[in-house]
Ligand binder design. Structure first.
Ligand code: DSN
Length: 418
């Protein structure tokens, strides 16, 4: 980064600071991960210079022969990874992927059944201030009050009552398996089409470690940077019959020029995800989440729904006299990064929350396993118990752990050398 350092020392310093922060902290935000150096190289490449409005072989600008190679590779690899009939790799984000499906298939005012944000859904699943909540009639479904799991009978009942045009399955903070086949059946019963937003669990699905939505849904959207461990971006998979509709909605419908450096990086991500080692990684991510959940539960924390089947868990702090907001701030001070999160039927508002969401994708990428998860549960417990005498020891342990599992060793050296 010697050019950057010379041209813009302030930005160079910020990047160095961020690299150090990532290296020195325990990252437990469930939606974050660390990409490979290969992905960083593809994303920080000259492909950022090229305008390529259109699709491979039919662009509005000339000079797209190498761009087409990258986009075609991304498409073919994604198709293979997920067994999809058609893939659009151009959405800049998961939100835009969802937006493209809404606007290509629905009219403003149409009814959509989607998971309530307060029970684990996402902003684009109907939040009042989001395009979804502003333009569509959203009927939210939640989880069962006792099991804190999806209640498919209730979802069916709501669907029969509301007759939605689209049902949206998928979540941002739901630790259990989602049965996409039942969603398909409900859609067929009421004449709706199914959109599955698999952003959080895409990596698990790619490896067969979570039931597959692709055969069940007309549309499957995802981000590419969570469990999938690629660059920050989005993607849409759909049945062949909707290919033209969805492509036209992405461009020129809601986007202009695709970000070709990001698409090249997505292609690298999909190549990495097709390797057998990726399945091992996803399996370890789940084992780590289960271990972390079990260890916290043994220490007296109530885990929403009693545990986890995937990469994340939610701690209910309402009996600990501490909000999710305060818990996350206290943890951050000792180098443990996690986010506050609403839990089902939360009595707190979204700014405070009673919950803390923890995820294991990032730490698993660093090579951490069950033993480290048990140790981290102890550290979290010391902080949340407000054992102020123990805090220095926790900070030291975080340092020791992050040193034992260094991140981007060469990158850190390169940055410091620059
Ligand atoms: N903001 C993401 C998350 O943290 O789950 C969802 O897009």
């Amino acid at each position: 980064m010697k050019y950057l350092k010379k041209t813009d020392p302030q930005i160079f310093k910020a990047i160095l600071g961020e690299a150090k922060r990532q290296d020195e902290k325990l990252e437990l935000i469930a939606s974050e991960n660390f990409v490979s150096r290969a992905i960083i190289e593809a994303e920080a490449s000259v492909m950022t210079n090229k305008y390529a409005e259109g699709y491979p072989g039919r662009r509005w600008y000339n000079g797209c022969q190498f761009i087409d190679i990258a986009e075609n590779l991304a498409i073919e690899r994604a198709k293979k990874l997920f067994g999809a009939e058609h893939v659009n790799v151009q959405p800049h984000s998961g939100s835009q992927a969802n937006q493209a499906v809404y606007f290509s298939m629905l009219n403003v005012g149409d009814t959509v059944l989607a998971m309530d944000l307060r029970c684990g859904g996402h902003l684009t699943h109907g939040h009042a201030l989001n395009f979804s909540g502003k333009h569509f009639n959203i009927i939210p479904y939640g989880v069962d009050r006792t099991t804190e799991r999806l209640d498919y009978d209730e979802i069916r009942r709501l669907a029969k009552e509301a007759r939605p045009k689209m049902i949206l399955a998928g979540a941002s903070a739901y630790p259990r398996i989602i049965d996409f086949r039942i969603f398909r059946e409900i859609c067929d019963e009421v004449g709706a089409f199914l959109l599955v937003d698999m952003a959080h669990i895409a990596g698990l699905i790619a490896c067969g470690l979570h039931p597959d939505p692709v055969p069940e849904a007309e549309f499957v959207t995802t981000t590419t940077h969570k469990t999938l461990r690629g660059p920050r971006s989005g993607m849409i998979l759909c049945k062949k019959q909707f290919a033209k509709k969805i492509d036209t909605e992405v461009f020129p419908g809601i986007q202009g020029g695709p970000l070709m450096h990001v698409i090249a990086a997505k292609a690298v991500c999909f190549k990495e995800a097709l390797k057998p080692s990726f399945k091992k990684y996803q399996g370890q991510t789940i084992k780590n989440a289960k271990t972390l959940s079990g260890a916290l539960s043994e220490r007296g924390y109530r885990i929403v729904s009693g545990g986890t089947d995937n990469h994340l868990l939610l701690i209910d702090l309402s009996d600990k006299k501490i909000t999710g907001k305060d818990a996350s701030l206290m943890l951050d001070k000792v180098g443990i990064v996690a986010n506050k999160n609403l839990i089902p039927f939360d009595k707190q508002n979204a700014n405070l929350t009673s919950g803390l969401r923890l995820g294991t994708p990032a730490l698993t990428t660093r090579g951490m396993k069950e033993k480290e998860m048990t140790d981290i549960a102890e550290l979290i417990d010391i902080v949340l118990r407000k054992d102020t005498k123990g805090l220095d020891a926790v900070k030291k342990k975080v340092k020791r752990l992050t040193r034992r599992f260094p991140l981007y060793k060469d990158l850190m050296k390169d940055l410091e050398r620059a």
